[in-house]
Design a protein around this ligand. Structure first.
Ligand SMILES: Cc1ncc(COP(=O)(O)O)c(C=O)c1O
Ligand SMILES: [Zn+2]
Length: 481
């Protein structure tokens, strides 16, 4: 166990990198003399940093959220819309008092609540359930025996977390719900994001539900369905002629100049915590236990690492038994900086300058959490798979045909990554596997046809020629039987 002591004085003198319109009265900054029991590392290990815990205060009444902290040098910061360490420029994360959480949460209390992500309030960086939000989370965990059998997994061993069913059809509703609630509490009026596509729709819809203005920045050559989706919620959509990484850089500047809440930039420490709800739901749906393997897509690497963190938080809160879960990540071949580092044994991630893939939702060439994602896969005995676009398209079709679930390209990458990990022996037939299907195929309807020259007669189905409404013509078309 690592131990480090930091005083609250140091914390209160630390300058914030971002000017917040309102950064007081949140009730979540550290109480005088309050303390933190928090884990180190990214999504792994159960070592802890102890920061001046005031044991005199009953944990049942201590604030759960104590502050922010640098993930690199562990310097503490107050709860505010800041995201980068003023000392070393490392990313900030939320720090909880785990003893307080343990005293304040139980399986029974969670089970008695309404469906949705707010069931797990005590494990989230939010003080109370927001008065308004979309109905996010509590998506089904489906047994996928037909698909599992095709992939060589034993019956009952493959489950799909079907996050195609969130309000804007992707898991991004989870992260945005947390970020939007925090942004509103901080006093921001404009909710913005730098998006690879799905985040734009999620941000636009959440802003609409909260009565905030939405401005979303997307690559100018994004799939039209995704641009149109964000427009449907009344957002201002700004196409940017550049890559996601260009947009991300621009967003940093705009956030600073305009005082806007960019969910995945200046609100990122809170935003990223939303992905933990996938882990909470999976564990609860398995009967409060953890699977052997999780397979998930990687863009920035936030989702991947935060699912691991979610499992750790459940263990720390005494809600599930500890267990080593292997993490298998998946990226598209044409933008696979983390998979390349995994394959070569490198510790550094080399950015991909020009992503070239149909998997637009994962096209981040310089992933903010890439290093942590790489370490997580290695530490747990998992892997990071690189998937050619043809395999992604085939996996989308296979999932639809075997299980009745239509996935966006990120889901295709995930399932093709699962196939790769099985082929290479990272996953065996007796492993209990949960694959995270994070986006809906209606967002990328054409992707399934990539690499397929002829759209008829595919995989046993396919588009028949148009016929007149006569039985004779139907018979001639050769569809029957
Ligand atoms: C559908 C979908 N799945 C997964 C991801 C990966 O998210 P992260 O950036 O947290 O790795 C994204 C990112 O945009 C996405 O749109
Ligand atoms: Zn630092």
């Amino acid at each position: 166990m690592t131990t480090e002591t930091t005083t609250t004085d140091e914390r209160s003198h630390a300058p914030s990198m971002m000017a917040a319109p309102v950064a007081t009265g949140l009730g979540t900054s550290s109480a005088p003399g309050a303390a933190v029991g928090a884990e180190t590392g990214a999504g792994g290990g159960h070592s802890a940093i102890e920061v001046d815990i005031d044991r005199a205060v009953d944990p049942a009444h201590r604030p759960r959220i104590v502050g922010l902290r640098c993930r690199s040098c562990f310097r503490p910061e107050t709860v505010s819309p800041s995201f980068v360490c003023p000392a070393c420029f490392g990313p900030l994360e939320v720090v909880y008092d785990r003893e307080a959480i343990r005293a304040q949460v139980s399986r029974a209390a969670i089970e008695a609540r309404e469906p949705g992500i707010w069931r797990y309030l005590e494990l989230l960086p939010i003080d109370e359930v927001p008065a308004r939000s979309l109905a996010v989370g509590s998506t089904p965990l489906l047994r996928a025996d037909r698909l599992g059998a095709e992939l060589g997994l034993a019956a009952g061993n493959l489950r799909l977390k079907d996050d195609t069913r969130n309000p804007t059809l992707s898991f991004k509703d989870r992260v945005v719900a947390i970020a939007a609630a925090r942004a509103q509490a901080f006093g921001f009026e404009t909710l913005a994001c730098a998006s690879t596509g799905n985040l734009a729709g999620a941000t636009a819809a959440a802003a609409a539900a909260l009565g905030m203005r939405a401005v979303v920045f997307v690559p100018a050559d994004l799939e039209p369905a995704k641009i149109d989706h964000a427009l449907s919620y009344g957002a201002t959509v700004v196409p940017v002629k550049g890559t996601y990484d260009d947009i991300n850089r621009l967003s940093l500047e705009i956030a600073d100049e305009e005082g806007w809440a960019f969910v995945n930039v200046n609100i990122r420490p809170f935003y990223s915590e939303g992905s933990k709800t996938l882990a909470f739901e999976v564990a609860e749906q398995l009967g409060w236990r953890l699977p052997d393997v999780v397979v998930a897509p990687i863009a920035s690497g936030s989702l991947f690492t935060k699912v691991a963190r979610g499992f750790e938080d459940l263990v720390a809160a005494d809600l599930v038994e500890d267990k080593l879960v292997r993490f298998v990540g998946a990226q598209a071949d044409g933008c696979s900086p983390v998979a390349q580092a995994f394959a070569s044994g490198a510790d550094e991630i080399h950015p991909v300058r020009t992503p070239d893939t149909i998997v637009r939702s994962l096209a981040i060439g310089s992933p903010a959490d890439g290093r942590y994602a790489l370490a997580l896969a290695r530490r747990t005995g998992g892997s990071i798979e690189a998937v050619p676009d043809e395999a992604t398209a085939a996996a989308i079709r296979r999932l639809g045909r075997t299980e009745g679930v239509f996935a966006e390209t990120a889901g295709g990458v995930t399932l093709a990554g699962l196939e790769g990990a099985i082929r290479r022996g990272v996953i065996g037939p007796d492993d209990e596997v949960v694959a995270l299907i994070t986006g809906n195929g209606m967002k990328t309807p054409d992707a399934k046809w990539f690499g397929v020259p002829e759209r008829t007669g595919l995989d046993g189905g396919g588009l028949a020629p148009a016929i007149n409404p006569s039985y004779a013509e139907f018979s001639r078309a050769g569809i029957a039987g």
